[in-house]
Design a protein around this ligand. Structure first.
Ligand code: SIN
Length: 275
């Protein structure tokens, strides 16, 4: 297998592997090690169905069932669909996935089923670099600080995000907000490196402060986390795959594939309690 970095900050393309075929433990270990090194790994020209997709994900951990998307036939699969008439899309703000749960997913494997000829790229940002580039004073200030992470900006009645979107988050009256405190700077359980862990979709405040008081620092940290020098951009082809480490990266789906259908299939992998 060949590994080619795609940017200075993060991301590498892996070639020479058929992800739909049975893979040896050694190959899985090599993919995991590339994921830990590069934060997100990309593959092209893959061809596997939902069942093989789930089998692949299970080689890296248990499958995480998404808590607020309206489920399709299989709750372990999220189909992320943009219809030509949609005016908003899933993941259009910078985020780490599902950060409001007690144990956010360790990662996700996203497969491009039907992708536009151009547009609809995905951006990724390295949150180790975002943390490491902070001043010593800021690092000291963030030490021990926790953020409130909630899904109220992206699900529930009244948030409106799903109104003009094929892939729906729950908006029914029985939906209840999920929120949890997580460290603003988490330590990656496998690499031991520190990473910034706040994002626009889920982080709504800082512990023991009002949301108004929290906003300036939180907003600055969230914007800082995707400065261009911390990012890479992935251009999809049908059959491309992105596998990201959700513990040390953020991502954003670019909302620029207007009037074109885009279909992605995602399986998430369970994670641990951030510390
Ligand atoms: C996501 O946020 O997981 C979706 C990314 C994409 O559709 O490119």
């Amino acid at each position: 297998m060949d590994i080619t970095p795609v940017a200075g900050a993060l991301g590498a393309e892996i070639s020479g592997i058929d992800l739909g075929a049975p893979l040896s433990d050694a190959v899985i270990a090599d993919i995991r090690s590339a994921l830990l090194e590069f934060g997100v790994v990309f593959f092209h020209d893959q061809d596997f169905d939902a069942s093989a997709h789930k089998s692949l994900a299970r080689r890296f951990g248990e499958i995480f069932v998404h808590p607020f998307f309206v489920p399709g036939d299989d709750p372990e699969i999220v189909n992320i669909i943009r219809e030509p008439t949609d005016t908003s899309i899933v993941g259009q703000d910078w985020h780490a996935d599902t950060q409001m749960v007690p144990q956010p997913p360790m990662g996700a494997i996203l497969y491009g089923v039907d992708v536009p000829a151009y547009g609809g790229d995905t951006l990724f940002a390295n949150q180790y670099l975002a943390y490491e580039a902070l001043s010593d004073g800021m690092k000291r200030m963030l030490d021990g600080l926790r953020a409130v992470n909630s899904d109220r900006l992206v699900a529930g009645p009244g948030h409106g995000r799903s109104d003009n979107r094929a892939t729906k988050a729950r908006q029914d009256a029985d939906w209840r907000e999920t929120y949890n405190l997580h460290p603003v700077v988490r330590t990656h359980p496998e690499t031991g490196r520190k990473a910034l862990f706040v994002n626009h979709s889920y982080s709504v405040g800082l512990e023991n402060m009002s949301e108004d008081e929290s906003r300036p620092l939180l907003a600055w940290l969230m914007d800082w986390g995707h400065r261009p020098e911390f990012t890479c951009r992935f251009r999809w082809r049908p059959g491309s795959v992105a596998f990201w480490d959700n513990r040390c990266t953020k991502h954003l789906a670019i909302d620029d594939s207007h009037r074109v259908r885009r279909v992605m299939r995602r399986v998430q992998i369970a994670g641990d309690t951030p510390s």
